[in-house]
Design a protein around this ligand. Structure first.
Ligand SMILES: *Cc1c(COP(=O)(O)O)cnc(C)c1O
Length: 347
């Protein structure tokens, strides 16, 4: 046995139902960037599609194309990292929904659409204060006017207006939402009639109904990753879908387990957290490159399973619980799990 990330797709389905109920009547776009937050893209989107998820937030074009291959033509696949004309062409040819927050990219997308011979759906992004990308409010009027021109020419269809918010303080989010509303009105004033607005990720989608609009882009909560320092998973009604498991490879004063920093286990966790063992919670004593050590228990034997993080059944913490000990967030713990570790899907 080797270390592996065990992913419970039934738990994913349960979380998806919780998200859906929470945000309705808004629709849920499942964010699947970074290999579905490290959980394995294709099994995740395949199950989500069965669970009636119809929107997927892929981030980059390559991931978007992989989702298209997995799910076929009916899936709505949103990408917002588009590397110029070449990628815009690939995305257009496969009918992806393109998030555009840059005037030059809008021209590339228009050129790509012309080459494809059918209109491309775009979602115009206004920068509401996060300054990641997105068109600044002072440039927005010109941007939406140009989009309206391209739409009238049959080159693009403006399907949405969107933005991304920090979800760190209600006051900042409220200010961002005012800018967003202003941008929506300006887009409509320019003659556009987008079908949808999307602004919220997990935290705002759950906590703040005015932020839901027509569509929410939820990743973390769908995977059962709750916010560091925020409400716990039980409180939110979600549960972790992944268990990071390593085998016992040797027993002495301490128990050695077959996982280490090269597998993505942060070495800073050593001495700070407990892991789940057949005898319950035990301290993680050291983290080596490939082998780590855990405080022993009676009867420990090679082949026993130790859970680094998971739903808590063996005394282990959640990914977010580990993250809180080293001042990061649960997503970071999930994303660090090395691609070289197998993902094992159940359900
Ligand atoms: C990652 C991401 C999301 C999802 O955020 P979660 O907090 O994981 O739900 C939504 N929108 C954008 C633009 C993102 O990059």
């Amino acid at each position: 046995m080797t270390a592996a990330l065990h992913v419970d797709l039934d738990a994913l389905a349960a979380n998806l139902a919780v998200v859906r109920a929470r945000v309705a009547p808004a629709a849920h776009m499942l964010v699947v960037k970074d290999d579905a937050y490290g959980h394995g893209l294709v099994p995740v989107v395949t199950r989500a599609w069965k669970e009636q998820v119809r929107w997927f937030g892929a981030f980059d074009v390559q991931t978007g194309l992989a989702v298209r291959t997995a799910l076929g033509a009916a899936a709505r696949i949103f990408v917002w990292q588009i590397g110029g004309l070449g990628e815009a062409r690939d995305a257009a040819a496969e009918g992806l929904d393109l998030g555009v927050g840059d005037a030059l990219l809008l021209e590339d997308v228009a050129a790509a659409a012309s080459a494809t011979g059918r209109p491309v759906r775009v979602h115009l992004k206004i920068d509401t204060g996060l300054h990641r990308n997105g068109v600044r409010p002072e440039q927005w009027a010109g941007f939406v006017a140009r989009a309206a021109e391209l739409e009238r020419a049959g080159v693009i269809v403006v399907d949405g207006v969107w933005s991304h918010i920090a979800e760190a303080s209600d006051a900042e989010d409220d200010q961002a939402r005012r800018v967003f509303e202003w941008g929506w009105d300006a887009a409509r004033g320019a003659g556009l009639t987008p079908a949808r607005r999307h602004l919220a990720a997990s935290a705002a989608a759950f906590a703040r109904s005015p932020f839901r609009y027509d569509l929410v882009r939820v990743g973390a909560f769908a995977y059962g990753i709750h916010p560091a320092g925020g409400p716990d998973a039980t409180h939110l009604g979600i549960r972790p879908i992944a268990r990071l498991v390593a085998p016992v490879v040797g027993v002495g004063d301490q128990v050695r387990i077959g996982i280490g920093a090269l597998d993505g286990l942060p070495s800073t966790l050593a001495g700070r957290v407990s892991v789940g063992t057949p005898a319950g919670a035990r301290a993680l004593v050291s983290v080596g490159d490939e082998v780590s050590t855990v405080a022993g228990w009676d009867g420990a034997a090679p082949g026993d399973e130790v859970v680094l993080y998971g739903p808590g059944r063996h005394g282990e913490a959640t990914a977010t619980g580990l993250a809180e000990h080293i001042d990061t967030i649960g997503e970071e713990i999930a994303l660090r799990v090395s691609p070289r570790l197998p993902r094992r899907h159940r359900g």
